[in-house]
Design a protein around this ligand. Sequence first.
Ligand code: MCF
Ligand code: FE
Length: 404
Amino acid sequence: MKILVADYIYTPTGFVENQAIAFTETIQAIDSIEVLQKKYPEAEIIQTEANSVIYPGFINTHVHLEFSANKTSLKYGSFMPWLDSVIEYRDELMGECNNEVMQKECDVMLHSGITTFGAISSFGNELEVCEKTPQRVVFFNELIGSNAMYADMLYGDFMERVKASQSCEESSRITPAVAIHSPYSVHPIILQKAVNVAKQNKLPLSAHFLESQAEREWLEKGTGELKGFFEKFFNTSTPVTNIEEFMFAFDTYPTHFTHCVQATKEELDYLADKGHSIAHCPRSNRYLGCGRLNIEDLNLPCSVATDGLSSNDSLSIFDELRAALMLHHQAPMQELANRLIRSVTSDAADILGLNCGRITEGKLADFAIVTLKEKPKREEEIALWTILHTKEVSNVYIEGIKYV
Ligand code: MCF
Ligand code: FE
């Protein structure tokens, strides 16, 4: 048993002062240090630095580790030139992205307090790193392929990767999962088969959806920049599905949809009605010229995530949260800061179906300890000062073990 003491603890009922947490792999009790010491006289007491706040470990629900080698290869500013550059540099970037490069990025996430991440994997290359890294990893095996001719082969390869990730479940903190790349890139036949795999095995399910204006135009009218892209690279000129057909394919299984920047109010209401959620990637959306997600109008659960280095400049959750504060410049500051912290803790845990993300009895003992520069003058600003001032967290615990 260990007892962690800090000036502040972020709990579901707000920031509490002068309390401590008793934990093993899971949280046993939250109370004053005096009460906990009496209850657990043998426990090791860990005193954090002055002005520290204990948060549940942060959760980054959507990242592509396989693109970690990208610095200046992919074109930022607008979606279609970016996609063209992915086709051009994908092989080169994958070649450069060895385990050492990916592990380094897992460490960047860890030092920003990320104790769980959702890794979108197109080839399964990052499985070994995800087995070794201390974090919990929801391993999203990605299905991609719009050509019916290759559908069986692509589906077969996808299933092999699903099985490989399932075989790591016992010996690591990996949860196997399914990702559908997007409506424009996945044939509806294999899409439905993959959704069924997720449903039958109760695996978390995710999909990129309505990220760019080009995607919307292609799915609605079969025109626009994606038409040229498909003619050039895939020798086709009509979309394989449309917005409704794609959305309906997920009707009976709650799915984590990434981006949704170009979704209409009706589409968002539909997703909400079916119990789905959104991964919001503010820097990725900005860098790929996709626009701003109207988070103020959302009535469905929403996480904030970094996406990959394919459309970002770092995998630090604090860099992302600061970007979100700037992108949503019209939102009341304190409220937004509190909502953002929730989006990478309890909301993200609920979305991925994990027993972490909250400091309450029985939850996994995953903690990120943030040390503020001085005592906050007003309690209602702790979330904001945390986001604005934190480059790295002071300590990280996962399942009760200290990693930072
Ligand atoms: O989320 C961003 C932008 N939207 C779509 N895909 C990706 C993102 N970052 C990486 N990707 C990957 C995706 O997983 O790029 C490939 C897929 O394997 C694009 S398809 C040519
Ligand atoms: Fe993505």
